[in-house]
Design a protein around this ligand. Structure first.
Ligand SMILES: Cc1cc2nc3c(=O)[nH]c(=O)nc-3n(C[C@H](O)[C@H](O)[C@H](O)COP(=O)(O)OP(=O)(O)OC[C@H]3O[C@@H](n4cnc5c(N)ncnc54)[C@H](O)[C@@H]3O)c2cc1C
Length: 419
């Protein structure tokens, strides 16, 4: 491995790949140091486990009409597909299917939940948890909160900033990538100077920027750090001198949420992309949401977010599989689940993997400004920059946001360094 470069990038996820791409365009030399065995980070298509592409991390190209990766995906010949917009194909109430009128009432409650959050955020006043702004007590309110809050955001609305939720809301076109979102990101990494299995444990700033890890020491003029805030907060990367207090505060204000996926190989004979969900029945009920047969493939993906996802991540894959099978059994019965899905489940481990320690960031109430603070932080006279999904003030939590943030960090650092 080289021991010197102009700009060192730590992490080869979407942000690191974008930063390296932009630096090459700007005529800068760089090295990307990646701890893991593959590029792409939280965009990872697993083609081995199920026999067809399965995105363990990102799968939707959110806000596709403004997503910087949409034109790139099209140019490279990737297939983007968004089916008909609908919340649920099958909605369960207890052990029966909801009627069309009940499904309409569910959809209306979800719309009302979002409208209430928007209306409250439009008022002046201090930032509050989302839970304080949305309806409670109605027949579908807990279900709407569980789906729009805990599942999609990966964190309970009681702990999530209303201001940040509104500022980073994901509307618009929402296709998936048939070949896999991770396949697309991995393609964008091709040809870049990425060194895999090269963890960096320390960044020292004096006359030079020096990166240290078990594979050696690299000296650079500048550095872009793209670790998740979960990995940063774990202390896996030490900075010397220590980071400015406002950077530590920003990282602490942007903890990791968790969305877990549990995939079962088999088929229920439903139309492709069938969406299944259940009404929350009582205090401790935490339903999964299901996408069955994406692209007509023979697997079902169960989604679980928030505290129950963290608990299952700690318990391990066997507990996750049992949870998923029990949830799906509510729709078709235990025997049918066993018959239709005879293979072991695949459970993601983003929460426990020390390179990520979660799925994507949320902001604590009151910390909505933390994304801008992290993106604009300039430790070591601007020779160290942060990039990644956490740093994007509009498309946080997405691959597109991470990509744009990596591009911006590369440009800012290049300008700081001059020639
Ligand atoms: C289950 C799940 C579902 C998601 N769904 C979507 C979706 O549908 N659409 C969407 O747009 N986004 C989605 N996301 C979020 C999206 O995947 C992320 O926002 C994005 O990929 C983050 O990119 P990044 O470059 O900021 O960080 P990362 O991808 O985390 O990249 C950082 C890299 O740093 C490496 N690293 C960590 N520590 C070190 C170290 N010490 N030294 C060197 N390297 C290190 C990591 O291995 C990683 O490769 C999802 C994420 C998950 C987990």
């Amino acid at each position: 491995m080289p021991t010197e470069t102009e700009i060192a990038i730590i992490g080869a996820g979407a942000a690191g790949i974008a930063a390296a791409t932009r630096l090459a365009e700007l005529g800068r030399s760089c090295l990307v140091l990646e701890a893991g065995t593959r590029p792409g980070g939280r965009a990872h298509t697993d083609t081995a486990s199920l026999g067809t592409p399965f995105d363990r991390g990102a799968s939707w190209l959110h806000v596709a009409e403004h997503n910087p990766l949409t034109p790139i995906a099209r140019r490279l010949g990737f297939t983007l597909y968004e089916g008909e917009r609908r919340r649920r194909d099958i909605l369960l109430i207890g052990d029966r299917h909801a009627t069309p009128e009940e499904k309409a009432a569910h959809d209306a409650a979800c719309d009302a939940w979002e409208e209430a959050a928007e209306a409250r955020a439009a008022q002046d006043g201090p930032d509050i948890p989302i839970a304080d702004a949305v309806p409670h007590g109605g027949y579908w309110d807990a279900t709407a909160s569980h789906w729009l809050g805990t599942t999609i955001c990966g964190v309970e609305p009681e702990r999530n900033s209303l201001r940040d939720y509104i500022d980073t809301g994901l509307d618009g076109e929402n296709p998936q990538v048939k070949e896999g979102f991770g396949t697309l990101v991995a393609r964008l990494a091709e040809g870049l100077p990425i060194h895999l299995v090269t963890p960096i444990h320390a960044v020292r700033a004096d006359r030079h920027i020096t990166l240290e890890g078990p594979r050696g020491t690299i000296r650079a003029r500048g550095c872009i750090v793209t670790l998740s805030t979960g990995a940063l907060a774990s202390g896996a990367l030490r900075f010397s001198p220590g980071l400015p207090a406002e950077v530590d505060t920003a990282i602490a204000g942007l903890p990791m949420a968790l969305l877990s996926k549990i995939a079962l190989r088999g088929t229920l004979g439903l139309a492709p992309f069938a969406r299944l969900g259940r009404r929350v029945e009582g205090e401790g009920d935490r339903p999964m949401s299901w996408v069955v047969g994406p692209f007509g493939r023979d697997h079902a993906i169960g989604f679980l977010g928030g505290e129950s996802a963290w608990a299952l991540a700690r318990e391990g894959p066997a507990a996750a599989e049992a949870y998923a099978r029990a949830d799906l059994a509510r729709y078709v019965g235990k025997a049918e689940v066993a018959r239709a899905f005879p293979h072991p489940a695949i459970a993601t481990d983003w929460g426990e993997n020390p390179l990520f320690l979660g799925a994507y960031t949320y902001a604590r109430p009151g910390a909505a400004g933390a994304r801008a603070a992290l993106a604009e932080a300039r430790p070591a006279d601007g020779r160290i920059r942060f990039a990644g999904e956490a740093c994007h003030t509009r498309y946080a939590g997405t691959v597109g946001g991470a990509w744009a943030s990596g591009m911006a960090a590369a440009e800012a650092l290049s300008a700081t360094l001059g020639r």
